[in-house]
Design a protein around this ligand. Structure first.
Ligand SMILES: Nc1ncnc2c1ncn2[C@@H]1O[C@H](COP(=O)(O)OP(=O)(O)OP(=O)(O)O)[C@@H](O)[C@H]1O
Length: 244
C-alpha cells in the first residue's frame, strides 16, 4: 500500500503540490487524473524517491523513503515520465542491466526478462538496439525494465502517452494483469477515458490539490452526472487541459 500524507512541493513561485493526501491499495488500480500542470508528475516523483517533499510524508508499506530510500525502491517498479533507455543496448540488455542494478542473479534476470517480453508482446524487437524504437516499443521496454525485480507496487507516469489504439489496449490489459496479481498499480493521466476504463479508484488533482478521491461510481453519484466525463469537468470546474 502506498500512502501520501499532506505533500507539498514548491518551485520558486509555483506551488506544484499543495497538500496532497491519498492512498493507493494493493490489488487496485489507482489513477491520478488532472489537467496539464496539475502536479501529477511532481507527486509521483516524490513517491518514487527522485525528489524530496518540502513537507508531508510518503509511506510505502509503512516505510518512509526519507528514512530508507533503498527499501522503498526495491518495492517499486517505476515508469518515469522520461524513459531514458540506453540506446546502444538492445531491449533485452536494457532490462538485464536494471536487474543487475537490483542485485538479482543472472538466472532470475533471464527468467523474469523472458516472462515480461512474452507478457508485453516484445518478442519481435527484444533483440534490437533501442535506438530508433517507436514510442510503443520504448514504453514497453521501459516497463519491462521497471518490473524485472518483481516489485509489489507499480508507478506509471502517463503510461499510454503517444501509444496507438492497439498498444494502448495492450497496456491497459497489462495493467489489469498486474492488478489481478495483487499489485498496487498507481498511474497518472490527463485522459478521462483512460482513467474511466481502468481505475478502481480515481484521485482527481487540480492546482496541486486533491479535488476528489473516489471510485468511478462514487464520482458519478457525488456529482449527479451519469457520464464520468461530465463528472470530471464538474469537479475540476473547467475542461481545460483534459483530453477526452
Ligand atoms: N523542476 C521544476 N522546476 C520548476 N517548475 C516545475 C518543476 N517541475 C514541475 N514544475 C511546475 O510545477 C507544476 C506542476 O507540474 P507537474 O509536471 O507536476 O504537472 P503534471 O500534472 O504532471 O502535468 P502534465 O500533465 O502536463 O505532465 C507546473 O506548473 C510545472 O511547470
Amino acid at each position: 500500500m502506498i500512502e501520501v500524507k499532506d505533500l507539498h512541493k514548491t518551485f520558486g513561485e509555483v506551488k506544484a503540490v499543495d497538500g496532497v493526501s491519498f492512498s493507493a491499495r494493493d490489488g487496485e488500480i489507482t489513477g491520478l487524473l488532472g489537467p496539464n500542470g496539475a502536479g501529477k508528475t511532481t507527486t509521483l516523483r516524490m513517491l518514487y524517491t527522485l525528489m524530496s517533499p518540502d513537507r508531508g510524508q510518503v509511506l510505502v508499506d509503512g516505510v518512509d523513503p526519507a528514512v530508507d530510500p533503498v527499501a522503498v525502491r526495491k518495492r517499486l517498479g517505476v515508469l518515469p515520465d522520461a524513459h531514458g533507455l540506453y540506446k546502444r543496448l538492445t531491449a533485452r540488455e536494457n532490462i538485464d542491466y536494471f536487474g543487475r542494478l537490483q542485485g538479482m542473479d543472472e538466472a532470475a534476470i533471464a527468467q523474469q526478462r523472458e516472462a515480461l517480453i512474452e507478457a508485453l508482446g516484445m518478442g519481435d524487437f527484444a533483440a534490437r538496439r533501442t535506438e530508433g524504437f517507436s514510442q510503443g516499443q520504448r514504453v514497453k521496454t521501459a516497463i519491462a525494465r521497471a518490473l524485472v525485480h518483481g516489485p509489489d507496487h507499480v508507478i506509471l507516469d502517463e503510461p499510454t502517452n503517444g501509444l496507438d489504439v492497439m498498444a494502448t489496449r495492450a497496456m491497459r490489459a497489462f495493467m489489469r494483469k498486474l492488478r489481478d496479481e495483487g499489485k498496487c498499480v498507481l498511474f497518472s493521466s490527463h485522459i478521462m477515458q483512460e482513467v474511466a476504463a481502468l481505475c478502481d479508484r480515481i484521485v482527481v488533482i487540480a492546482h496541486g490539490r486533491v479535488a476528489a478521491d473516489a471510485s468511478p461510481d462514487q464520482l458519478r453519484e457525488q456529482t449527479g452526472e451519469s457520464n464520468l466525463e461530465d463528472a470530471f469537468v464538474k469537479i475540476i470546474g473547467t475542461e481545460e487541459g483534459l483530453a477526452a
